[in-house]
Design a protein around this ligand. Structure first.
Ligand code: NAD
Length: 435
């Protein structure tokens, strides 16, 4: 078997996101995708099929601004693949969002859904806008017109959006309402990430952090390490990072360092996580000035000696420059793309087990699937049931990847791509190509 570098230079590799740099998360994803395609010996036709988005829709979104002017925004929705079921993926509002980026993120969703065995394909949407420059009524008009323009794309059996960067439960509520008005009936299952009162799921807010912890506990058990004897470092103390830290703390682990954009906080005796959460919540969601630990930089934090490092802030945090200095035994990727493809090999050589993002942070999409199921049944689960089913699915997914990694003697990351691509390709072979 050739290595990643060889495989990206082979005949039919086609770079789908040309403007992105060598170390971008999307380029990293494509390198990993290609490596897995080689292991599975995918033929060229299947490779082309899985590399190309199924549908790319671009719309212009005219809205009347509060001062009476007409402004026109650009919106996208990309369905990468829907062979496993209706496509699923967030919508981001950002003034620098590009169609290429949305295409890459849509493919990422296909692999993530396949890894955790939810019956969804992958999609992503975007609107080129900085929502901070819009009033609330302008934001609502923009969202409703975008939804209206995407009416033929969205649908509970076709394509199901969710929140992403700069979009939230209120925006999902407007999408649901606009779609429902055009259908002449309430259709809650057309989006996930809605407010609970509108058909959202209990447990969704904590789901990603909970999934990070379930997969971390599974990894610890394969290494025969008890959670109560572990030291944990968490980068990022937002939704994913703070919930991961809290749940590991509740397992008896010692969380020795946390951080956010204001810097890192280190206490080798262990940080009181409920106190840190309270501090952050009462200080504008910032740890700045937190006195329960000593200040360190985010860079120093990543290189601390610990059992588990949970990068839960942003992409590209562990790269070829700092990967040799990482001393954690396990990296559990709470964020999307925190480790670059160039760092993978260094970490592997140093014996660091990486639980890849498409598994570790898939708790969010798993509970989105539960939300869709509950909406379709019109019957809502207790939080206890949501968490129990989430834990079971995450644990099963970890075990599936572990088996694949042992079978091919590859890392868990490589196993995740092999597993996901195999699942989509096998389904396609059975369904065949419609002509
Ligand atoms: P968030 O905005 O709630 O929190 C982000 C945290 O990271 C904040 O504490 C912020 O201060 C910190 N941060 C930002 N830049 C930093 C830096 N340079 N160094 C250290 N800390 C920094 O976001 P979130 O929802 O917790 O998402 C975090 C990551 O997880 C993102 O990559 C996101 O795409 C991914 N993710 C989130 C979900 C979800 O359900 N929220 C699901 C899947 C993946």
């Amino acid at each position: 078997m050739s290595n990643i570098k060889d495989s990206i230079s082979s005949g039919y590799y086609k770079e789908p996101v040309p403007h992105l740099t060598a170390d971008s998360p999307f380029t990293s994803m494509m390198q990993r995708f290609h490596f897995a395609a080689e292991i599975l010996d995918l033929d060229e036709g299947m490779f082309k099929y899985l590399s190309s988005p199924e549908k790319v829709v671009m719309v212009s979104i005219p809205i009347t601004m509060d001062d009476g002017r007409i402004e026109v925004f650009e919106g996208y929705r990309v369905i990468h693949n829907s062979i496993l079921g209706p496509s699923k993926g967030g919508i981001r509002y950002a003034d620098d969002v590009t169609l290429d980026e949305v295409k890459a993120l849509a493919a990422w969703m296909t692999w993530k859904c396949a890894v955790v065995n939810v019956p969804f394909g992958g999609a992503k949407g975007g609107v080129k806008v900085d929502p901070k420059n819009l009033s609330k009524p302008e934001l609502e008009r923009l969202t409703r017109r975008y939804t209206s323009n995407m009416f033929d794309v969205f649908g509970p059996d076709r394509d199901i959006p969710a929140p992403d960067m700069n979009t939230n439960d209120q925006i999902m509520a407007w999408i649901m309402d606009t779609y429902s008005m055009k259908q002449n009936k309430t259709e809650t299952a057309v989006v996930t990430g809605k407010p609970i009162i509108l058909g959202g799921s209990k447990g969704r807010k904590e789901a990603t952090g909970r999934g990070v912890v379930t997969s971390t506990l599974a990894a610890l058990s394969t290494l025969k390490i008890s959670p109560s004897t572990t030291s944990i470092v968490v980068q990022g103390f937002g939704n994913v990072g703070s919930v991961s830290a809290k749940l590991m703390y509740e397992q008896g682990a010692k969380v020795i360092a946390i951080s956010d954009i204001s810097g890192g906080y280190y206490n080798k005796e262990g940080i009181d996580i409920p106190e840190a959460m309270h501090y952050s919540q009462t200080h504008g969601y910032s740890l700045e000035g937190f006195e329960g630990a000593d200040p360190i930089t985010n860079q120093e934090l990543l290189e601390l000696e610990c059992d588990v490092l949970i990068p839960a802030a942003k992409e590209d945090q562990i790269n070829k420059d700092n990967a040799p200095k990482i001393k954690a035994r396990i990296i559990s990727e709470g964020a999307n793309g925190p480790v670059t493809a160039n760092a993978d090999k260094i970490l592997e050589e140093n014996g660091v087990m990486v639980i890849p993002d498409i598994l570790a942070n898939a708790g969010g999409v798993t509970v989105s699937y539960f939300e869709w199921v509950q909406d379709r049944h019109g019957y809502f689960w207790t939080e206890e049931r949501v968490n129990r089913r989430l834990n079971r699915m995450m644990r099963e997914s970890f075990d599936n990847l572990f088996i694949v990694s042992e079978k091919y003697s590859i890392t868990l990351r490589q196993a995740a791509y092999v597993y996901a691509i195999d699942r989509v390709a096998t389904t396609l072979k059975l369904r065949g190509i419609y002509a």
